[in-house]
Design a protein around this ligand. Structure first.
Ligand code: C2E
Ligand code: MG
Ligand code: MG
Ligand code: MG
Length: 287
């Protein structure tokens, strides 16, 4: 495993180190060069209006086109990129690429008013430079601010100091939309909802997963369904949009629509796909 440590270095075999640790450090070591070589790619997952059935937004999801491992999912490298700080550069690349792609869709399908939703890691959101970075990405791509949504988790919103990030007001001031990702799975301090300029709540997958219709499994899901019902009401009372994540079945899509959830995302509506497939989808919708 000396190779994983880089050329010209000799490492002593340590039986304590698991194969996973080795694979992990090899991935970490490769991240910066991968960014320079342009090995990261974006997939886009449709976010669909439950009432109209039209695609109203897409979420940008990063993958690593690794020369040996193939397409590597974010769960294997986003955490590492956060720990090493590389997330700031990687996240900026994602943001700029997503804005360029979204502006191309805006030009071809102006009626669609398609929003692009970009994930913002805690470390990115805490960086005071984020506001200028977002403003610059918008200016260079030509994308109007209201077609960009930034997704932050509850813990990212609270920051490491445990106080709602000040930059969120400045970001909202640019005219971009802010969404809370995986809502309901973080610390349930709802106080920030009173003060922060949030536009959308994305209901975490596990609540949606519990919705199972009227079959024998349904009883266990009734609690999840009631939670979704309550969260949709909470969101609407605060004039926020609601997106349900991880919608996998028609039953879930139907129930969510009945509960007045606004939009859905998940395999039922379509998996994350390359930008060209989103273009084809919008063409098909006659936007
Ligand atoms: P997320 O932001 O909550 O993204 C939703 C995840 O759900 C995506 O996983 C998506 O592929 C997955 N998903 C889609 N449809 C379904 C479904 O029907 N059922 C279920 N169970 N899951 C579904 P993915 O692409 O592996 O991304 C995982 C996480 O990595 C994302 O969670 C996000 O937190 C992070 N991530 C991805 N791209 C970026 C990025 O550019 N920057 C940052 N900071 N984080 C990113
Ligand atoms: Mg994945
Ligand atoms: Mg997300
Ligand atoms: Mg999510």
């Amino acid at each position: 495993w000396a190779k994983a440590e880089g050329r010209g270095r000799w490492a002593v075999w340590d039986p304590e180190r698991s194969a996973q640790d080795i694979a992990r450090s090899a991935l970490v070591a490769g991240l910066p060069a991968a960014l320079d070589r342009g090995e990261f790619v974006l997939r886009y997952q449709p976010i669909v209006s439950l009432l109209e059935g039209s695609t109203v937004a897409v979420e940008a999801l990063v993958r690593w086109q690794h020369p040996e491992l193939g397409l590597v999912g974010p769960d294997r490298f986003i955490g590492l990129a956060e720990e090493t700080g590389l997330i700031v550069r990687l996240g900026e690349w994602v943001l700029r690429q997503a804005c360029r792609d979204a502006d191309a869709w805006r030009r071809e399908f102006p009626e669609a008013h398609l929003v692009v939703s970009v994930n913002l890691a805690a470390r990115q959101a805490e960086d005071p430079a984020i506001v200028d970075t977002v403003a610059d990405a918008l200016a260079r791509s030509g994308l109007p601010a209201d077609l960009l949504q930034l997704e932050l988790t509850e813990s990212a919103v609270m920051g490491t100091a445990g106080e709602p990030l000040r930059s969120l007001h400045r970001l909202a001031g640019l005219g971009v939309r802010l969404a809370i990702d995986d809502f309901g799975t973080g610390y349930s301090n709802l106080a920030y909802l009173r003060r922060l300029p949030i536009h959308c709540l994305k209901l975490a997958g596990p609540f949606v997963e519990g919705i199972r219709g009227d079959g024998p499994e349904a009883a266990a899901g009734h609690r999840d369904e009631r939670i979704v019902d309550a969260l949709v009401r909470l969101a609407h009372a605060l004039e926020l949009w609601v997106t349900a994540e991880a919608v996998e079945t028609e039953v879930q899509a139907e129930r969510l629509r009945a509960l007045r959830c606004d939009t859905g995302q998940g395999r039922w509506f379509g998996p994350p796909v390359p930008a060209t497939e989103i273009t084809a989808r919008l063409r098909g919708e006659g936007a």
